[in-house]
Design a protein around this ligand. Structure first.
Ligand code: FAD
Length: 408
């Protein structure tokens, strides 16, 4: 097949889509356009190794410049796409150049959610370019206030401690990591952070966060205040739908796509953190914000553009590393699920399983990657578990399955 495919976004979804097009035999021109400077890189390393300074930026790259050249993928980094003419099937770049396309993939990812008003010494962390200012604040100031108790807030807390900073976390939720883990796991992480010198304050509603050359002051609705040399606002991300909105695509918590990643405009697809995809098995749209999901979606969207058969849907899963401890989570948990503990919360190696009518729907594994691997398969096929057997960490998880399948 010849022609031209344009991909906007050099994150993992866009980069994987470009590689997949070639792997599937597409021989036309591929242009990969990205607003960030530099080649596609592993974003998860931003809050971990890159901020810690244990790897240099070159080590975070998904692929070498040579590999992109050999794959004849025309990468335009430091270049923003500013407009889509969907009737004329062309996309405009910031320098005014128009690129025609047969198919266009929007892999524009997400942006860090911010608090109103720019403030001195108040940072966010999404891109590799955000690392240097935060790192310099940590090196000179010595103390960091993190607003947000989710994955990025907690990861940065752990990284900043390894750099010797004094760290405090305030967040609105009732336990850290509550978007991905049940309260018992949140309590484990609160203790882990406390043991490493980080206090996490729950249920804090900030009425102000002010920053000046002397540092930052946060004020809670109950009158409490916190001061530090710098602050990191880590209160989640918002899908980057700016270009899609300008182009008139249907947008609702992300760029709306059908199960085949098709947007409301002909020939225009979307994948990754930016996309809110209709999942026929769930009967609903779902937007994920995990590396593996963005990667799988980039590959699936590329195959869809070529009319290739879709791959089996992946159970969403992600991971985090804090103080060297690996956490992995999979599936979709709800507070009213029945949670089963495999192992002991007093040890830094256990798994919590989420069951709904005895069917495995989610899992969170701390330093038990084999459990998570097994859980992903079991969740994917709607396995029903024996609650006694699955609670015993000495029984391989797959052996806890009983011969009753009730769909996913
Ligand atoms: C600090 C951090 C740590 C993380 N750690 C983990 C982890 O440990 N495990 C995990 O599972 N997930 C993690 N994630 C989430 C994971 O990195 C994301 O889900 C994934 O990177 C999303 O990939 P994407 O390609 O959809 O979007 P992105 O990675 O956001 O890439 C989108 C790209 O599109 C570009 N772009 C946007 N608009 C335009 C435009 N108009 N023109 C040109 N370019 C444009 C952006 O600049 C960006 O480069 C982390 C995220 C962050 C921010």
């Amino acid at each position: 097949m010849t022609g031209q495919i344009v991909i906007v976004g050099t994150g993992v979804a866009g980069a994987t889509a470009a590689k997949t097009l070639r792997a599937e035999g597409y021989t036309g021109r591929i242009v990969l356009v990205g607003a960030e400077d530099g080649l596609p890189y592993r974003r998860p390393m931003v809050s971990k190794e890159l901020l810690a300074g244990t790897v240099v930026e070159r080590r975070t790259l998904l692929d070498t410049a040579e590999s992109w050249r050999v794959g004849t993928i025309d990468i335009r980094t430091g270049t923003r796409a500013t407009e889509i003419d969907s009737a004329g099937r062309r996309v405009r770049l910031a320098d005014g150049e128009w690129l025609g396309y047969d198919s266009l993939l929007m892999a524009t990812g997400a942006r860090a959610r911010t608090l109103p008003g720019p403030q001195r010494n108040v940072h966010t962390l999404r891109h590799a370019a955000d690392v240097a200012p935060l790192r310099s604040a940590l090196d000179t100031g010595g103390s960091l206030l993190i607003v947000g108790g989710g994955l990025i807030g907690c990861e940065v807390a752990a990284t900043a401690r390894t750099l010797g900073a004094r760290v405090t976390v305030v967040h609105a939720g009732s336990a850290p990591l509550e978007r991905v883990a049940p309260p018992a796991v949140g309590a484990f992480y609160r203790k882990l952070h406390a043991d490493n010198g980080v206090a996490i304050h729950d249920a804090v509603t900030l009425t102000g966060l002010a920053g000046d050359s002397d540092g930052v002051t946060a004020t809670g609705s109950d009158g409490r205040t916190w001061t530090a040399a710098a602050a990191l606002v880590a209160i989640g991300s918002v899908p980057d739908t700016e270009l899609a909105t300008v182009a008139g695509l249907d947008v609702d918590n992300g760029i709306l796509v059908d199960e085949h990643y098709r947007t409301s405009a002909p020939g225009v697809y979307a994948a990754g953190d930016a996309a809110n995809r209709f999942d026929p098995e769930l009967g609903a749209h779902e937007r994920t914000e995990h590396w593996n999901s963005a990667q799988a979606q980039g590959a699936a969207a590329a195959r869809s553009m070529l009319g290739a058969p879709p791959a089996c849907p992946e159970v969403p899963w992600g991971w985090s590393t804090q103080y060297g401890l690996n956490l992995q989570f999979a599936g979709r948990i709800r507070p009213d699920d029945a949670f089963v503990l495999r192992g002991s919360l007093d040890e830094p190696a256990f798994t919590v399983l989420a069951l709904r009518e005895r069917r495995l729907v989610g899992a969170i594994a701390i330093a038990r990657p084999a459990d998570l691997r097994a859980a992903r398969g079991l969740i994917g096929r709607g396995a029903v578990l024996d609650t006694g057997a699955c609670a015993d960490p000495s029984v391989p998880l797959a052996q806890a399955e009983v011969a009753e399948h009730v769909g996913r």
